[in-house]
Design a protein around this ligand. Structure first.
Ligand code: NAP
Length: 305
């Protein structure tokens, strides 16, 4: 396998730390360099052994790397790309882990020199935690990493990147960029927005005491709060940059919600029963696909580092 010899991680939060730990677990011997915006994060990453060397700037961190992975919020990708572009090693692969692809391509591609393989990607794995101490080596196990090559992407470079993600534990699939953004809006972005909204509703209802919301949360609300605790910067950027697809899905969501609201008002139990039967089948297919287990979740087991 043609493994990378030097991987540079730009941004050292949940995604980057998990990549580093998964690389070590896979016995990859590549040198890992990195940078983050704050000194505190850079110091923590070094202390935790996530990187062999940490640099104050992204320009220094990418020097000599044959794989550069942008692990910063989507809204920061363009500025980082502009900074590193003149310092990239000719022939290296530049990729990212951003949750939105069209906006990242628009922000990054304009800065990338011709002798660099720019191949966007999105590992569909994460938690509500952030920062360098949040990562764990099994984050990508049996999760999907969607690679969204550009029309001009070199197939051999795409294949090499796919092999890297497979070694980290992921299943890899190629997807067209705009289709990726629509899929992400359905299965990730809009559900996050709905969770944020539901927690906001509970927060704003002063006829229900805060202690009641907290104490009785296991009745369903608790699962929303986990998602609604996700990083505000990351999710602000996701919605600002995946606007069209999110609005499209939200429009459909609103129509469905109104249909359910109407069924409740009219006492149409058959409609509700049939609807919930269909949705239960979707949960079954997620378990059958190995993307979750049937075990009741009374609080997640802490993943091993
Ligand atoms: P995170 O834990 O918050 O880490 C972000 C890192 O980026 C931090 O090290 C931060 O530095 C650094 N950073 C922020 N702005 C920067 C800038 N302008 N220049 C340099 N570094 C900067 O975030 P994450 O969860 O790893 O997410 C990273 C990317 O992965 C995002 O694009 C997100 O969309 C994508 N993603 C996230 C998930 C998820 O569930 N979390 C899943 C899939 C993909 P400081 O610590 O110094 O602030």
């Amino acid at each position: 396998m043609n493994r990378y010899k030097h991987v540079a991680l730009i941004g050292l939060g949940l995604l980057a730390s998990s990549i580093s730990l998964a690389m070590r677990r896979a016995d990859m011997t590549a040198r890992i360099t990195g940078t983050a915006r704050s000194k505190a994060t850079r110091d923590t990453a070094l202390e935790l052994g996530l990187v062999d060397a940490v640099f104050d700037t992204a320009a220094e961190a990418v020097k000599g790397a044959d794989l550069v992975i942008l692990c910063v919020p989507v809204g920061a990708m363009g500025a980082v790309a502009a900074e590193i572009a003149p310092h990239l090693n000719p022939g290296c692969t530049l990729t990212d882990v951003g949750s939105v692809k069209r906006a990242v391509v628009a922000a990054v591609a304009q800065h990338v020199p011709e002798n660099i393989h720019f191949i966007p990607a999105h590992p569909m794995a994460g938690t509500e935690k952030s920062g360098p101490a949040a990562g764990f080596s099994s984050l990508f196990d049996n999760r999907w990493c969607l690679i969204t090559p550009l029309p001009e992407s070199d197939p051999a470079a795409v294949e090499r990147l796919a092999t890297f993600w497979t070694a980290l534990g992921a299943n890899v699939e190629e997807m067209e960029i705009d289709h990726h953004d629509l899929v992400a809006a359905v299965i990730s972005h809009t559900p996050h927005l709905i969770a944020y909204t539901m927690v906001g509703v509970a927060d704003g209802m002063n006829r229900v005491a805060k202690t009641e919301v907290v104490n009785y949360s296991a009745a369903g609300f608790r699962d929303f709060t986990r998602i609604a605790a996700s990083d505000p910067t990351m999710w602000r950027d996701v919605f600002l940059s995946n606007k069209d697809a999110t609005l499209e899905v939200l429009g459909r969501f609103t129509e469905e919600l109104l249909a359910l609201q109407r069924a409740i008002r009219l006492g149409d139990g058959d409609f509700l029963f049939d609807y919930f039967t269909r949705t239960r089948a979707i949960r079954r297919s997620i378990i059958d696909a190995g993307q979750d287990t049937e075990a009741p979740d009374f609080g997640r087991i802490k993943p091993e580092k």
